[in-house]
Design a protein around this ligand. Sequence first.
Ligand code: AMP
Ligand code: MG
Length: 406
Amino acid sequence: MGLTPLEDVQAAILRECLPLTPRAVDLQDALGCVTSTPLQAEELVPPFDNTAMDGFAVQSRDTTDSPVELKIVATLAAGADPSAVHVGAGQAVRIMTGAPMPSGADAVVMVELTHTEDDVVVVEHRAETGKHVRRAGDDLKPGDVVVGAGTVLTPAHLGVLASLGYQRVPVFPRPRVGVLSTGDELVEGAGELRPGQIRDSNRPTLLALVKQSGFTPVDLGLARDDETTIADAVDRGLATCDALVTSGGVSVGDFDYVKAVLDRLGSMRWWQVAIRPAKPLAFGTVGGKPVFGLPGNPVSSMVSFELFARPALRQMGGHRRLFRRQVEAVAAEPIRRRPDGKLHLVRVVASVGEDGRWRVKPVGGQGSHQLAAAAAANALALVPDGEGAPAGTTVGVLVLSEDLLS
Ligand code: AMP
Ligand code: MG
């Protein structure tokens, strides 16, 4: 079977992973979700004229010939009802930040620019009309679009929506993603390893990648290399999830049953992608839900998730930017490889130098089983087929760590 270019496989997968049906979710669950419609203000923010400072609400014309003495007739704290309070000529109202402006007043004098004696305040400087007054609707008016459709909701967006009384927001739901490990050799937990056994490391990695990407992870456990067990786990997962990610069992080994099971349950494709690591990939839909059969080698499953599952799941979650940011970086050390017809995704440490340019250094072990080495990387260099990238030359790099971009 021939090798398929990376972009062709990514495009074929994206065609099958359509955005989930939008629904209203609680505001506090909406961080990072994508809005499905524009959201409008239906009230004024702030809802009434109020003071931006602690001080005295006055009639500005009284302060023209300052210093001037005004009579303090009332006090208004934040939250107070101002309807019974009025500022007449020669009068002032003691007022705290956020309190509504009383009728009659058109300016606030900061407390720092006054001094008081009993019920008299001396205003030392002239206050212009509107000084320190926050007008009703200064921030938002009915009809203003506060968040456009397709916006990734940030903490500040949630605050704006809360200021308008929104309790639920229409968004594309976060995909629920089931994660299943397969393999007779795998053990869970800390127990002693019998001959031939290894610990399951893919599941914690993939569950964490799902979570870090803003989706909801669902742990489907560990399945033996046995068609019935794998089929049961897939059925169980699809009953509650929007998509599944499995690891292992998609190569050409004698006990690679995942492909057989998925072939039987749904409409699956099986690729040999022209990349290294993560060459084998099974993908398809079972009952209309995407299933990603990732390879078992720990680094391969991680890279495969990054390249194929994450963009597709982001599309399901309504995101418009699907792929990791790609930058051009200088190879600080030679990145060696041999021609093999594949694009190599070399695990590298990326950083931005003092000159503002990105640079990368390969981490030690580049074997697809060497997860410890890969864990030191924060980016993948895209090294095209050939002899590699000599030091000082430029390579394309997928930045995996959001921290590097902030
Ligand atoms: P497979 O794709 O099932 O042929 O597995 C390829 C390699 O990855 C083998 O060395 C497996 O032991 C290893 N492997 C498969 N699944 C896992 C896992 N969940 N955790 C760690 N290693 C795994
Ligand atoms: Mg296996």
